[in-house]
Design a protein around this ligand. Structure first.
Ligand SMILES: [Zn+2]
Ligand SMILES: [Zn+2]
Ligand SMILES: [Zn+2]
Ligand SMILES: [Zn+2]
Ligand SMILES: [Zn+2]
Ligand SMILES: [Zn+2]
Length: 433
């Protein structure tokens, strides 16, 4: 590469794109040039401006004469050449570690953690990459993931414990119940698709039992499917009641009103905390049910008919009890319970007052009903019928009549009860027994 007489130098460009040993230093280029020059001087640039020189094992080198018309003819050992440029092969930034080990350089679009070092992540090419089902995470053949049992992995588990970071073999993967292309390890499958508590039920127990006592650290949580869940309708007919497992639903029947009030409060506390926790702004806050509903819960659940004052007293007693405890060991649950009870207090007073007014009115209607029965000679019926409830708004008097007298009270084709309705000017309904 002599450039002593710059004007006379023959300008060339070297094309090293097909050369396997591209020099990494100026010395390397000198060595390459010394290999090329003896061949170059034997060429005639006018027979073709681009020539390829075969270097055997090391591949080819292309020489481009940039100004063939002005080149001296023929070249001699003294002809000076000027290298104006070098075309190098594009450098591969991410090289497959498997290919590199066998002496070739291949672009590697994927990473293999096993091949990586502390300084750089391992790489693997298209040809050497291995993929398991369930994730686009690759590895090279040598680092193919294995299951905990030691056998080759067949798929990644996308479940909540593994998060596609652990591979499992065929024996240790359980298919998704509705989508055969997805699979989970045994533990993640049990987390995601818990069995319904009802023996033999094949459905997933998506719903957790919400039964919670005021002294419990957490709710029962037993898993129940949508079909077997029991809803305790403590928030009225239109809102979803508390979800209960079979055992806790059965337990309700034998529970005293005091215990039921505590369950209503604790269950509502849990809901209120869950709603605050997930900040799903759109959802309504949780409120304790109005005591009119609670009164009906007692009638339906433990067959106890309490008047509103008695129902209110149960809440007041619980509130006092919690306030005493609140000072000592008032956990989060007790604090929230006290807040909900405070919020409910005004509506309770209102409900009690309205109930009393309406009750008085209802008692008046009931007394007249009895008188009418006696006047028409139905003394036995008059003695047996009892007052249950009166709804002023809908003008309905609810009464209880023993099973064996119901047909007499109703009369043929409803004639007796219809006559009573007309004469009293109110609707009369028999409580379902
Ligand atoms: Zn490769
Ligand atoms: Zn690897
Ligand atoms: Zn898993
Ligand atoms: Zn396995
Ligand atoms: Zn079920
Ligand atoms: Zn339960």
């Amino acid at each position: 590469m002599t450039t002593a007489h710059a004007a006379a130098a023959v300008p060339v460009m070297l094309d090293l794109r097909a050369h396997r040993k591209v020099p990494a230093s100026p010395d390397g280029y000198m060595a390459l040039w010394e290999l090329l020059e003896p061949v170059l001087v034997t060429l005639d640039p006018r027979s073709g401006p681009r020539v390829r020189l075969d270097l055997g094992e090391e591949g080819e080198v292309g020489v481009w004469f940039l100004s063939p018309a002005t080149a001296p003819v023929p070249f001699s050992a003294a002809t000076p050449f000027a290298v104006r440029g070098v075309l190098e092969p594009p450098r591969v930034r991410y090289v497959c570690d498997t290919c590199r080990a066998s002496g070739t350089t291949t672009y590697a679009p994927f990473t293999c953690t096993g091949c990586g070092t502390k300084e750089r992540p391992g790489r693997v090419c298209d040809a050497h990459a291995v993929f398991l089902e369930g994730s686009l995470r690759a590895s090279c053949v040598r680092h193919e993931p294995t299951c905990r049992c030691g056998r080759p992995g067949r798929g990644w588990c996308g479940g909540p414990r593994c998060r596609s970071g652990r591979a499992w073999c065929d024996d240790h993967l359980v298919p998704h119940p509705g989508d055969a292309s997805l699979a989970y390890c045994v533990d993640c499958h049990a987390d995601r698709f818990p069995a319904c508590e009802r023996p033999g039920c094949p459905a997933t127990g998506h719903i957790r039992c919400e039964h919670l006592g005021l002294d419990d650290a957490r709710a029962c949580g037993r898993r129940v499917c949508g079909e077997h869940v029991m809803r305790w309708q403590i928030y009225g007919a239109r809102s979803k009641g508390l979800a209960l497992c079979g055992r806790h639903h059965r337990d309700l029947r034998g529970s005293a009103p005091e215990a039921l009030v505590a369950l209503v409060v604790a269950g509502t506390v849990a809901r209120s905390q869950a709603r605050r926790g997930n900040r799903s702004g759109g959802r309504r806050a949780a409120f304790l049910p109005r005591i009119g509903i609670v009164r009906h819960i007692f009638i339906n659940t433990c067959q106890r008919v309490l008047d509103m004052g008695a129902v209110d007293a149960l809440f007041v007693r619980l509130q006092d009890d919690l306030r005493r405890r609140g000072g000592r060991d008032g956990g989060n649950l007790v604090q929230t319970a006290l807040r909900l009870l405070d919020e409910q207090a005004a509506s309770r007073r209102e409900d009690v007052q309205r109930f009393r007014d309406s009750h008085e009115e209802g008692r008046g209607h009931f007394a007249r009903l009895r008188t009418l029965l006696q006047q028409s000679g139905k003394h036995e019926l008059a003695d047996a019928v009892t007052f249950s409830d009166y709804r002023r708004k809908s003008n309905i008097l609810f009464v209880r009549v023993p099973q064996d007298m119901r047909s007499r009270f109703i009369g043929t084709g409803g004639a007796v009860v219809q006559e009573l309705r007309t004469r009293l000017g109110i609707n009369i309904q028999l409580e379902r027994e």
